[in-house]
Design a protein around this ligand. Structure first.
Ligand SMILES: *Cc1c(COP(=O)(O)O)cnc(C)c1O
Length: 393
């Protein structure tokens, strides 16, 4: 299969020349921030385990009990025999915490969007998404074969214009946004978008992968100023602040019941390992009760941003946009020499010319490390800030 190897090698060489080739680096995590690479202790600022829950003693103990009680794997699809009682517990806890009637847990966040979106809209329908929404929302929308339109990042007026001009041409319509944008750290104007969605009878799905456990006292992006905004489809992951693995969708009972019988990425795949479910249940309990823990990542993001004179962070993800892929690689490797892991983010994950360091803050970081990172990064900041998207009036 010479042509196969030639094809792949050609692509790799091309990426290498553009500084866009990616490689896996073996990393031994002992906590969200405590990490070892190539035998060296490092502090990671590139981890979504915002609350340290992947290593929390209560979470580990719940997971290990479930491992010995139920085994290492679930054995089959949930609709066959893979539905352990832990699923019922986790789903009711999620629904309760998110203020929805019911919930469904999928294999991961990506599979949740791949499964749920095509269940709800199809060929004749319309999907409108924020241009910066996560890759798996794009993938779910494309799988649905609906007409697909995007609006400029967080531009509510443009979304309104699309709804006004196109909504009546389609029987159903979905709006897809992230609650917290994963590469930019800013948040969707959930209240305004929910109002528009209501007005035009469009179904709003918020992907809150980075909101749960961090934003609004841990309740996530559909809570604004202490009030729950009516969002019919609240999606997220169990792999970030929850610290484990899995994806979820919270919605009304009819929506969840329908998705459970229809979503292909739910039906034709094996249930999660029971230990993973038990870990998520324990994590969710900690998020619901430990208010001090939940506050910490945002405090660290604020300290960092204030130290560097950056704008006030809206989440615990702070992007430092450096421009070219080369600049991002250079800054990242300088920081690595000082013992900090800050992975550079390059196209196609972000737009050309907006390569960046995406810095994530966790509860485990020490203030001294946050400050030291800021000082180390300072020489790399561009003179004028680079914006990741078109700033609209
Ligand atoms: C990480 C992420 C996902 C995917 O979740 P996984 O559980 O890792 O598959 C989906 N949406 C957003 C916004 C994310 O950041």
């Amino acid at each position: 299969m010479k042509s196969l190897d030639q094809f792949c090698q050609g692509k790799l060489d091309d990426m290498e020349a553009k500084k866009l080739r990616r490689v896996l680096v073996e990393t031994d995590r002992h906590g969200p921030a405590k990490t070892r690479r190539a035998g060296k202790d490092m502090i990671s600022f590139s981890c979504n385990d915002y609350l340290d829950l992947s290593h929390h003693p209560k979470v580990l103990s719940a997971a290990s009990s479930a491992l010995y009680r139920y085994g290492a794997g679930s054995g089959a699809s949930r609709l066959v025999t893979g539905n352990t009682p832990l699923y019922t517990q986790l789903e009711s806890k999620l629904a309760n915490f998110k203020g929805s009637e019911d919930a469904i847990v999928f294999g991961n966040g990506y599979l949740t969007n791949l499964g749920a979106i095509p269940c709800l809209v199809g060929r004749d329908d319309l999907v409108i998404a924020d241009e910066l929404c996560h890759a798996c929302l794009y993938a779910g929308a494309h799988l649905s074969r609906s007409t697909f339109k995007t609006f400029h990042h967080n531009n509510v007026n443009q979304l309104a214009a699309i709804l006004e001009s196109s909504r009546t041409q389609h029987p159903k319509c979905m709006i897809l946004v992230d609650g917290v944008y994963s590469m930019d750290g800013d948040r969707a104007p959930v209240k305004e978008i929910a109002t528009l969605a209501e007005k035009y009878d469009a179904w709003l799905l918020i992907d809150d992968a980075h909101g749960l456990g961090v934003v609004a006292g841990g309740k996530g992006s559909s809570y604004v100023d202490g009030n729950q905004i009516p969002v019919p489809l609240q999606m997220g992951t169990l792999s970030k602040a929850i610290g484990g693995y899995g994806g979820y969708l919270c919605a009304s009972k009819p929506v969840i019941d329908f998705i459970k019988t229809r979503a292909r990425s739910f039906i034709y795949t094996t249930g999660l390992p029971p230990a993973t479910l038990a870990a998520a249940i324990a994590s969710l309990e900690l998020i619901a009760t430990d208010k001090e823990l939940v506050k910490k990542p945002m405090m660290h993001a604020k300290l960092f941003s204030n130290t560097l004179g950056l704008s006030e962070p809206e989440s615990c993800i702070v992007p430092v946009i450096l421009g070219s892929a080369e600049k991002a690689l250079e800054a990242s490797s300088a920081l690595e020499n000082e013992g900090y892991i800050v992975t550079p983010i390059r196209p196609p994950t972000v737009a050309e010319g907006t390569s960046r360091l995406r810095i994530t803050f966790t509860a485990e970081h020490k203030e001294a490390d946050v400050l030291q990172l800021a000082y180390s990064l300072k020489p790399f900041l561009p003179e004028e800030p680079i914006y990741p998207f078109t700033i609209s009036s």
